[in-house]
Structure formats: C-alpha cells, structure tokens
Design a protein around this ligand. Structure first.
Ligand code: PBG
Length: 324
C-alpha cells in the first residue's frame, strides 16, 4: 500500500486543473515615471530595467503596455521646478497633465499618483506648517487637503480615469471626492493608498522620482509597522470617505496586512510591490542568484493568494511577457 496522497494532484495536467489562484496581465498595474526635465529616456540607477520618460515618449510606452494586456498604468511626475507648495503639481501644463494629454484616448486605465513629495522643494508629502512647535506636525494636514484635491481635479481634467492619493493626509479621500464631484468628475475613481507604512523599501523610488525629504522623515504621517491597530481605522475612514479601491503598501513584508484587509473590506484591494522589493530582486538576479522572471511571478502570485485583486509592480512588463 502506497503512502501517495497530496502528490497525486501534482501530476502534470491535474496540477493546472486544481489551481484556484490565477494571475493575468490584466491584474497588473505598471508604474511609469514621467520627467519634465529630460528629452530622452533616462535609466534609473537604483531600479535596473526602469527608466524615466520624457512626456512625448509616454504614448508609445502606454501603447506597448496595453498591447501586453496590462490592466493599468500609474503615472508619477518629476516636474520642471519645485517650490514650497508644489505648485507644478496642479498646473494645467504640468508634467502629468501633459502626459495624459499626449496619451489622449486609450483603452488603458490611466491612473495618477496624487502627492506633493515630487513637487515640493522640501520633499515632504504636503504643505509644511509654519511653526515647528513640538505639538504640531511638520506637514499641515488641512492645508495639504486643499492642495491634494486641486491636484486630483487637474489630473481628472487632463483625462485620468483613477486618482491614487498617497500623501497619508487624514481626510484626503473625502476632500478629493468632494473636489472631483464638484468639478464634474463623478466617474473618476479613487484608489486610495489607505494602508501605507513608513518603510525603508521606498528608498529606490525616492531616487527615481526625486522625492526624498530634504530633512526629517515621514513617520509623522506614514503608518507605524508595529501598530497594526491603525490598519482597520485607516481602512474604515477611507471607505467612509468614498475610496473605490484601496492599496496596501509595501507588500512583501506586509502580506499579512494584504490578507487581513482583503478579507474584511468589500472594495477591491491592490498590493503595491514597491521599489525596494523590485530592487532587491533585480540585484540578486544580476548576480545570478535568482531567476528574475520566475521570482517576480512567484512574488505576485503570493500577493494574489493573499487576496489582492490588483498588483502595482515594476515587474509588470516582465510578468506580462512571461504569461504570454
Ligand atoms: C509618494 C509615493 C511614494 C511611493 C509611492 N508614492 C514614496 C513615499 O511615500 O515615500 C513609493 C513607491 C515605491 O517605493 O515603489 N508619496
């Protein structure tokens, strides 16, 4: 009598039949960095395989990603100049607005990151409070809301389908929803970075998007990884304020959070496979220590298994090409 049990279902053919976790290019969202200061694509040193694009290269890139069946792109902008209020973020001739205009009508779902850190000269995600008394936070929450709503409206005016606020300002989803509705953009969805931890895994991105804080860090507004009790509250508030979809970020060290959020909310959840996670894998692959494509696929499968409907990942193109 054989001990054979679970292995029977791992025979060729049966293995594929019994699978319940799927992954398709349509589940993936590709971040795209658009840089107003360049006129040719520029590689990003800390993220091998990724580049910043000039505005006029964006339509072809979106077309290519669309042909691969990728579900959406998430645009990040590097502006022509920065100031304390991030004025270029909601300029009608700003880098994201121009990129959306250049792309025009497309089957691709066009998403935009709504934040101030790439646009402010101090590199924080909002407007700074004018005093630095110990009881005040560096970033003025309510002034920041006004800016975020205005940025979201300007992205929607330029053709964004989905806006993704990432500033971790309290009340940002409500402020943006009211702003969009008031400007005639009721159909534009909000994909909220609801659960965004203070993380070292954003390091390469800050280099890519030139958004590192010039002083201090983001602990006063991004979530503390050792305080899981804040997760439910952030999620509840964002849903109450009108978030259509939520992001959990980072993903790899936070798969427990992806699973928890996905099993408790009734809106779709996206896992954000962030820049540091991408860079680690690419670095190991460059040394021949892991197979980049296989490891990337395994990574996103883990996120799908945890319950993510969508995955924002710099591996989107590699994975989509591998899936065929
Ligand atoms: C902007 C923003 C960041 C990321 C996405 N939007 C940087 C940050 O919050 O520090 C990180 C993305 C990544 O690391 O891939 N606020």
């Amino acid at each position: 009598m054989s001990n054979l049990g679970p292995r029977r279902l791992r025979r060729d053919g049966i293995r594929e039949l019994v699978r319940s976790v799927s992954i398709a290019p349509a589940d993936l969202i590709a971040p795209v960095f658009v840089d107003a200061t360049i006129d040719a694509p520029a590689p990003i040193a800390s993220m091998p395989g990724q580049q910043r694009l000039p505005v006029d290269a964006v339509p072809a890139e979106v077309g290519r990603l669309s042909d691969l069946g990728i579900g959406g792109v998430l645009l990040f902008g590097i502006p022509s100049s920065k100031d304390a209020n991030g004025s270029r973020a909601d300029a009608s001739d700003g880098v994201i607005q121009e990129a959306l205009g250049a792309v025009g009508s497309t089957p691709m779902v066009m998403m935009t990151d709504v934040c101030l850190c790439e646009y402010t000269d101090h590199g924080h995600c909002g407007v700074l409070a004018d005093d630095d008394a110990p009881h005040t936070m560096t970033v003025d929450n309510d002034q920041t809301l006004t800016r975020l709503a205005s940025i979201a409206i300007s992205h929607a005016d330029a053709g964004a389908d989905v806006v993704a606020p990432s500033a971790m300002a309290d009340g940002m989803v409500g402020a943006i929803r009211r702003g969009l509705d008031g400007a005639g953009h009721a159909p534009v969805s909000i994909l909220s970075y609801a659960v965004k931890f203070h993380s070292s895994f954003y390091g390469p991105f800050r280099d890519a998007a030139d958004g590192a804080p010039r002083f201090g860090d983001r602990r006063q507004y991004q979530m503390d990884p050792q305080t899981p009790s804040s997760i439910d509250r952030e999620v509840r508030l964002d849903i109450e304020e009108g978030a259509d979809m939520l992001i959990v970020k980072p993903a790899m060290a936070y798969l427990d959070v992806v699973a928890q959020v996905a099993s408790t909310v009734d809106v779709p959840v996206a896992a954000y496979n962030v820049s540091g996670e991408y860079a680690m894998l690419q670095a190991a692959a460059e040394r021949g220590w892991v197979d980049a494509t296989a490891a990337a696929l395994e990574t996103v499968i883990g996120m799908r298994r945890a319950g993510a409907s969508m995955i924002i990942t710099y591996h989107a193109e590699t994975i989509a090409a591998a899936l065929g």
